[in-house]
Design a protein around this ligand. Structure first.
Ligand SMILES: Nc1ncnc2c1ncn2[C@@H]1O[C@H](COP(=O)(O)OP(=O)(O)OP(=O)(O)O)[C@@H](O)[C@H]1O
Ligand SMILES: O=C(O)[C@H](O)COP(=O)(O)O
Length: 400
């Protein structure tokens, strides 16, 4: 993989595919980690006299403009971090994008509007994606892939565009790959993987592969309920991927056969209502055993016994990889499980890697020092799929 140092960027229009998919509360960014992570790449290109065009997705809009998913707040935050003007195009390949990018002088930066406002970005149809990539390619001379969080997506700006322009990996991708490679090549055991979060269907598939690699798998967050159901427990109105129940049963059986310790919550915090994340009004959850979730209640965090158990399961680890919050950490009443697992990582002597937009944000928002962890990856699904050993479209596209 070429790096930025292999490109002659002075005077060139350089398209940087970043992952600026940051958590937002309305238009305010609640954690800017992903923007700070890619800023050094942009600053390096600026210093070398490139005209820098930054592009990203944000959230999952439905292929059409939606102001709730505008990248304008991220562009503003990038301006503050870089300490220089950042132009903003109100579209991706239209009139605004063309004139803003054509107007850049050497060392100037522009951010395009959310790539997913265009259906071509995420299309499963190669021709539709290709046509969008052609339009993006017309804006630039060179391509730098640095959106590690999105390299597992076969999307136009991630996969098709680098094939159309001379390309290289940015510094963030280079660092992420160097660190995560350690977990695939030479992992210190016991290797513990803690999984949570809400993207259940994405992440269940990863367990299939992790069963071959990890010594211990701890499951929390929204992931846990499909497994509890697979064990025959009722989960009330908790997040459930009903169609994956048979697969989870198979994973549990295989874990036992292979001697992989598969740990599920023994207790959970439940409530009849999802908490109000805006007002953060007290939610008054109850603690129940994980095999006694009432029919009208939803599991929203791991309970106190599970917190202790999971911290203990990290204590003697050689390596811990953690992806996905253990509960709805955005509300203080459901942040305890995520806090306990973060603390468990810090209290162990293990090499610790935290992966995922929300997991990394949770660690910072809950007041932990991000430098105390071995590595905080900007990729959630991306880091998991990398560890699975999959070929990731956005990395393959950067190879020559
Ligand atoms: N029990 C639960 N029920 C519903 N949502 C949950 C539960 N536990 C955690 N969550 C939610 O999961 C979300 C984060 O999940 P997600 O899978 O996106 O993790 P991530 O670390 O951001 O990974 P990625 O970078 O792949 O998105 C948080 O918004 C949190 O509120
Ligand atoms: O948050 C992430 O994991 C990345 O930004 C990718 O987002 P996606 O899961 O919506 O493709």
């Amino acid at each position: 993989m070429k790096t930025i140092d292999d490109l002659q960027v002075a005077g060139k229009r350089v398209f940087v595919r970043a992952d600026l998919n940051v958590p937002l509360d309305g238009t305010s960014i609640t954690d800017d980690g992903r923007i700070r992570a890619v800023a050094p790449t942009i600053a390096k290109l600026v210093e070398r006299g490139a005209k820098v065009i930054v592009a990203s997705h944000l959230g999952r809009p439905k292929g059409a403009p939606d102001p709730a998913y505008s990248l304008a707040p991220a562009a503003e935050r990038l301006r503050e971090i870089l300490g220089q003007a950042v132009a903003f195009a109100t579209d991706t390949v239209g009139e605004s994008a063309r004139s803003v990018t054509a107007g850049l002088a050497d060392g100037q930066v522009a951010v395009l509007e959310n790539l997913r406002f265009n259906p071509g970005e995420t299309s499963k149809d190669d021709a539709e994606r290709g046509a969008f990539a052609d339009q993006l390619a017309a804006l630039a001379d060179l391509y730098v892939g640095d959106g590690f969080g999105a390299v597992h997506r076969k999307h136009a700006s991630v996969y098709d565009l680098p094939a159309r322009l001379p390309h290289a990996a940015g510094d963030l991708i280079a660092t992420e790959v160097r660190v995560l490679k350690k977990l695939t090549d030479d992992v210190k055991r016991p290797y513990v993987v803690a999984l949570g979060g809400a993207k259940v269907s994405d992440k269940l598939a990863v367990i299939d592969q992790l069963l071959e690699k990890a010594d211990r798998i701890l499951v929390g967050g929204g992931m846990a309920y499909t497994f509890l159901k697979a064990k025959g427990h009722e989960v009330g109105i908790s997040l459930l991927q009903e169609d994956q129940v048979p697969a989870c049963q198979e994973y549990l059986a295989r874990a036992e056969k292979r001697g992989v310790e598969f740990v599920l919550p023994v207790d959970v915090l439940v409530s009849a209502e999802f908490p109000d994340l805006k007002t953060k009004a007290p939610a008054h959850p109850e603690v129940v055993a994980s095999d006694a979730i009432p029919a009208d209640q939803e599991g929203l965090d791991i309970g106190p016994k599970t917190r202790e158990l999971y911290a203990a399961k990290c204590a003697d680890a050689g390596t811990v990889f953690w992806n996905g919050p253990m509960g709805v950490f955005e509300h203080p009443d459901y942040a305890g499980g995520t806090k306990a697992v973060a603390q468990g990582l810090l209290d162990s002597d293990a090499f610790t890697v935290v992966g995922g937009g929300d997991s990394a944000a949770a660690v910072r928002l809950l007041g932990f020092d991000e430098n105390a962890f071995g590595h905080i990856s900007t990729g959630g699904g991306a880091s998991l799929e990398y560890l699975e050993g999959k070929t990731l479209p956005g990395l393959a596209a950067l190879e020559d």
